[in-house]
Design a protein around this ligand. Structure first.
Ligand code: ARG
Ligand code: ZN
Length: 868
């Protein structure tokens, strides 16, 4: 059948901007959706039957507009009769309908194997799986692909039993059977109405790690983690994490699981981390598979975090979903906050907070100060996939954390209870969330709402003035202009603050919550008995950049005595940052205060190893760059290397102790054993900076003796940046040992792309030609491209070859998978921050990308915005 085009409709421009203020409810309701899949890798046929009826809450319409993407209708039926009068409007299908209830049927057909975008239904390793968020369902069938259209699904799957013995979708299995010619089928029903982005289907030769969980009301839930048979032994950590998360959500938020079945499937080709489809989460295998021989402690933690995150979405995402994609942070910011709290509860809260803040600073702060800056609740987008950002996720989580800080534990919980109760089964907005917190607590949160709409990281300066028994804190805030927001209002900034006695090291003014709401404020402290040190933004109570007027001496004292562990870490970071910035600017500064503070930390009997490791690790080169007006990557690199080598030399015996310490075997995943391993590799890196030849020896020994991936990869990472024969030996041995394990080979690529060497550009160029490099697999592509883009010194090689390499790779990836390609652009977005020569080279590459014919809208949006 040929495709008819709506002649009257204007030829839709290629890249339209969608605006939040244009939101209108959908004219139709779709109470029921029946889908019938005839599954095959090369060809899959889908028959969709939708019950539709007018939506009383919307303006009525005589057309049913259904979204499609690369689909052609093979047939359309209305109320059982074939219909000829449908039209195509661009990718969308328009079906004329008289008012009232109708049954609409549509047949489509497509090739999962040809789907390299990995959105919709696609093939991975011989199996079939789906990814529908945000707008992938429209690649499966024509449908109102928007989160505010909720429908009940009944799904029939039919496939060759030998190739696809396992058939899974959302909800509960109802019936199954076998047909002729080796065909089998299964029919499932999901009792919970859901938006189509939560639809999922999996067909393949999979085996399950099965377990069960009894909910707080005594219902038994069958749990299954589905993988290829050979991977079954690597699923136990994910299963344990799932059960812990289920219990935690009952205890902390009162949320109980609601189906008889909860399934997780691991797939090797996946655009993001994982997906919270109702009752059938689909995961990037990197966030499921682990054992001590192949996964690091960091991988184990990430698995616990992502398994919990997706599980928590069952309430914050599935039971209560988003009205439109501008509200994405409603589910993502809140769910990240929930997974962060879970992580703090099952591990060390201080170390977890340090880790989360590091991610925020490295990724979100850069985003917020560059051309791609956008509010937590954006006002417009061209491609929604580009808005799955650290701002929506991590800054969104900080915003929820601030609300909780202001309300306190109890009122916050009353607020979330009311939110879930009030909006269960609905598509809600960020305003609805705040309203529920306000109504339950009686506290007005209007002042915090600006964090949803105003982009940019606030800068706060603080100065403490002391006379006699009185101390006065002077605060001042500003927010720099961001795209589309030239003038900013002052934000409400909750600052947990205390004063620490300079001599006693004790809290002489105990912690209080200061809410800075105006551009300037002063706060008084009385009865101050000794010289006071300012401990402010404790626990990182607000996501801001803080500039405190403090001498290195004060920072050194705070690093040793602040009663808030996070503030202690901050004092040390600030001490190192200041030294690094001054040195990068060509000033000569005494490193002794830093050395003393690092030495005291290492020698302390009170601090645990994990905390020590975080504290003594100098800030990354890009974090130093972020705090400078003009970034000179070579000068920053030289300064940081100088600091690392002084620490390595002056504290060699303390570091050697730390590197040797912790005799626990590699399968011991207690906090203590993990901390010892973390400290071991951080110490090894510093030792190698102080004495590269000895460092290479130590690293090779650690590599050879390792009985776990954390120590092995840590040693290889240190060696990767060195110029020593052991480097190649380790890399070759690692490759030979893990050749057939894709997740570990990703590490092998990543470590080399992250190496700090003058020839890293040559190395990545060669790696991209390696037979195991495959740009169609997102994990493999990212193993080079993300690690290299974040490697400031190497990526910003003077020659501009780093830029050219990454731009070429982005263009190549765009042809296969625009969503993943567009996520590689941000390092280029910082071009205006660099010295003029590099800035010009970066700009040239962005322009070259933009002038390439046939660019996806994903890439077009990121590149065109980066050039402004
Ligand atoms: N909702 C998923 C999460 O848990 C992310 C899915 C995003 N997918 C995409 N293709 N943009 O965070
Ligand atoms: Zn999420």
């Amino acid at each position: 059948m040929d495709v008819r085009v709506n002649a009257e409709a204007p030829q839709s421009p290629q890249h339209v901007e969608i605006r939040r203020e244009d939101y209108r409810p959908y004219p139709w309701k779709v109470p029921n959706t029946r889908l019938k899949f005839t599954l095959g890798l090369g060809k899959t046929r889908v028959q969709a039957i939708l019950d539709v009826e007018p939506n009383a809450a919307a303006e009525s319409s005589d057309v049913l507009c259904l979204n499609g993407d690369e689909l052609t209708p093979l047939g359309v039926w209305v109320d059982g009769s074939p219909l000829d009068s449908w039209l195509m409007d661009g990718d969308d299908l328009l079906i004329p309908l008289t008012p009232g209830k109708h049954e609409v049927g549509i047949d489509t057909e497509f090739s999962p194997a040809a789907n390299t975008k990995l959105m919709g239904l696609y093939a991975s390793n011989g199996m079939l799986c789906t990814q529908c968020e945000a707008e992938g369902f429209r690649r499966i069938t024509f449908f109102p692909d928007r989160p505010d259209v909720l429908s009940r699904y009944r799904v029939r799957m039919e496939a060759d039993k030998a190739k696809f013995p396992i058939l899974l979708t959302n909800g509960n299995p109802i019936e199954s059977g076998e047909g002729a010619d080796g065909i089998h089928w299964a029919e499932w029903e999901d009792p919970f109405p859901k938006p189509c982005y939560l639809f999922a289907l999996v067909a393949g030769d999979l085996k399950a790690n099965r377990d069960s969980f009894t909910t707080m009301s005594g219902r038994k839930v069958e749990l299954g983690i589905w993988v290829r048979e050979a991977d079954l032994p690597k699923t136990s950590h994910a299963m344990e994490s799932l059960k812990r998360a289920m219990r935690w959500d009952e205890e902390v938020y009162g949320r109980e699981y609601d189906l008889d079945l909860f399934n997780i499937v691991a797939v090797s080709d996946f655009n993001m981390g994982a997906m919270e489809n109702k009752g059938l989460n689909i995961f990037n295998s990197a966030y499921i598979l682990a054992d001590p021989d192949t996964a690091t402690d960091g991988d184990f933690d990430n698995i616990a975090r992502v398994v919990a995150h997706e599980y928590f979405h069952n309430w914050s995402g599935d039971r209560v979903t988003c009205r439109d994609w501008f509200q994405l942070s409603l589910k993502e910011g809140f769910t990240v906050f929930r997974d962060q709290s879970f992580g703090a509860d099952i591990g060390s809260p201080a170390v977890k907070r340090i880790d989360d803040v590091r991610t925020l600073r490295m990724i979100q702060f850069q985003e917020d100060s560059g051309p791609l800056a956008h509010p937590v609740r954006p006002d417009s987008y061209i491609e929604i996939s580009n808005f799955y950002t650290a701002t929506i996720y991590n800054k969104g989580a900080e915003l929820i954390r601030m609300m909780k800080t202001v309300l306190g534990e109890k009122k916050f919980r009353a607020g979330t209870d009311l939110y879930f109760e009030r909006h269960d089964g609905e598509a809600a907005t960020c305003d609805d969330f705040v309203k529920a917190l306000e109504d339950a607590s009686g506290v007005d949160l209007t002042h915090l709402k600006l964090w949803y709409s105003q982009a940019g990281t606030p800068h706060v300066t603080a100065r403490l003035e002391q006379t006699g028994g009185k101390a006065v804190l002077h605060l001042r805030q500003s927010v720099a202009a961001t795209p589309g927001q030239p003038v900013k209002k002052p934000m409400a900034i909750p600052l947990k603050t205390a004063l620490i006695g300079e001599e006693s090291g004790a809290e002489i003014a105990s912690e209080r919550l200061i809410l800075l709401e105006e551009s300037e404020a002063t706060v008084e402290f009385d009865n101050i008995s000794e010289p006071a040190l300012l401990s402010i933004n404790r626990g990182f109570s607000a996501p801001i950049v803080l500039d405190v007027d403090r001498k290195p001496d004060d920072l050194e004292k705070l690093a040793a005595s602040d009663t808030d562990p996070f503030a202690r870490y901050e004092a040390m970071q600030e001490l190192m940052l200041r030294w690094l910035i001054s040195t990068a600017k060509g000033e000569t500064v005494d490193p002794q205060p830093v050395i003393r503070a690092v030495g005291d930390t290492l020698r302390s009997n009170q601090l645990d190893s994990a905390f020590k490791a975080e504290v003594i690790l100098p800030p990354s080169e890009s974090m130093v760059g972020d705090r400078m007006d003009v970034i000179d990557p070579a000068a920053i690199h030289a300064a940081r290397e100088q600091l690392r080598s002084v620490i390595g030399r002056d504290l060699s015996s303390e570091l050697a102790n730390a590197q040797r310490g912790g005799g626990q075997p590699g399968h011991d995943v207690s906090a203590e054993a993990k901390g010892a391993r973390r400290l071991r590799t951080v110490a090894l890196g510093l030792l190698a900076a102080g004495d590269p030849a000895n460092g290479a020896k130590l690293a090779k020994a650690q590599f050879g003796a390792a009985d776990n991936m954390t120590d092995r990869q840590g040693a290889m990472m240190v060696l990767a940046s060195l110029e020593a024969p052991q480097r190649k030996e380790a890399l070759d041995a690692f490759y030979a040992r893990y050749e057939d394990d894709p997740l570990v080979i990703d590490k092998w690529f990543g470590v080399q792309a992250a190496a700090q060497r003058p020839d890293t550009v040559d190395q990545v160029v060669a790696l991209a030609e390696h037979p195991k490099f495959n740009p169609a697999n997102p994990n493999r592509l990212r193993s080079i491209a993300i690690s290299f883009g974040m490697n400031q010194w190497a990526f910003h090689d003077e020659s501009g070859r780093g830029y050219r390499f990454l731009a070429d790779l982005i263009l190549k990836a765009d042809k296969l998978n625009p969503q993943v390609a567009a996520r590689l652009v941000p390092p280029f977005g910082r071009w205006q921050r660099f010295e003029p020569k590099r800035a010009a080279l970066m700009r040239t590459e962005l322009e070259r990308i933009l002038s390439t014919p046939g660019l996806s809208k994903d890439l077009y949006e990121q590149v065109s915005k980066s050039l402004v």
